[in-house]
Design a protein around this ligand. Sequence first.
Ligand code: F6P
Length: 322
Amino acid sequence: MRRLPPVLLEDGCSRELLSLIRTILAACKEISFRVSQGALSGVLGSTLDENIQGETQKKLDVLSNQLIKDILLESGYVKAIASEEEDYTVAGDPDAQYIVAFDPLDGSSNIDINSLVGTIFSIMEAPKDADPSDPSIFMQAGKKQVAAGYVLYGPSTMLALTTGKGTRLYTLDKTHGSFLLTQEKLIIPADTNEFAINASNQRHWLPPMQQYIEDCLAGTEGPRNKNFNMRWIACMVGDVHRLLTRGGLFSYPEDTKNPAKPYKLRLLYEANPMSMLVEQAGGLSYAGTERIMDIEPSEIHQRVAVTMGSKNEVETCLSYHK
Ligand code: F6P
C-alpha cells in the first residue's frame, strides 16, 4: 500500500471544495464507527417514521442524515443541501459556493444483517445570487457536478472520490482516522462477464432488458457465446464498488411492477454521483438510451432507470434498447 500523508490527493481543487469534502468525510468517519459498533451502539432497527418516498426509516438512516446535515450546515461551505431523508432541501449559508445532495446511508435494508452499506454524495456549484431556500438550485444535470463520491462501510471503510480528474480509492486508516490513498487511478475493464441486477423483477422488465439478460444467461449456448456470473448485494455502493474494482454491469432498469413507480434509484444523490465515478474510471452510465449525466432534473427525489459499468457491456446492453 502506498502511504501518503493524510490529505486528499485532489490537485487543482479550490481550497473551499477540499474543505467541503473533508467536512463530509468527518461525518462519514463517525458513521463508520457507529456502523461497526452495530447492536452495541443501539442503532439497529427501524424508527416509526417513513420518508417522503414512503420508505420506512432505519435508526441508522436518521442518525447518518443528522450527522451529515449538522456538520454541513455548521461548516458554512454549503448554500443548501438535499438528502434522501429530508422531504425538502435545507438552506445553508447564502454566501457559500456549493450545494450537496447525498444519500446518508444507501442499502439500509442491509443494516440489520450486518452487510454492506454506504454514503453517497454529489457536489455542485450553487448558482450565484440564488436564494438558498429555492430547491431549483439543485435542478442541474449531473455533468455539472464538481465532485462525487461514496464511502463504503465494509470490512474496511473505503472512499471512492472524483473531482473530474479520474476516480481514486482511499482506505480509512482507523488507527489514525485518515483516509489514505490506496489506488490512484481506477480503470474499469471495458469487457466483463459479470452483471448485477435484482432478478426477482425479471417478469416486470421491459422486453429489451428481458432479452439482454436472457441472452447473458444462455451463456456459451446463446448469442453472447460466453458464460456470465451474477452478483447482487442490494446496496448500490457495494455493487458499484465491485464494478469499479473488477468490472461488471450494474442495472436497476425500468419495470412495470408499480406503474406509479417505474424506476427505483434516485437521480440526484444515487445515479448522478455514481455515474460521475464510473465515467471518470472509463465506464458508461445510461438511463434507457440517455446518458444519465445529461438528464435535466425536474425534482429533488426524481427516480431514473440505471445501467452502468464496463464500457463494452453497457454498449451491448444499449444495443438491445435501440
Ligand atoms: O436505493 C436503494 C437501494 O437500496 C440500492 O442501494 C440498491 O441497489 C437497491 O435499492 C436494492 O433494491 P432491491 O431492494 O430491489 O434489491
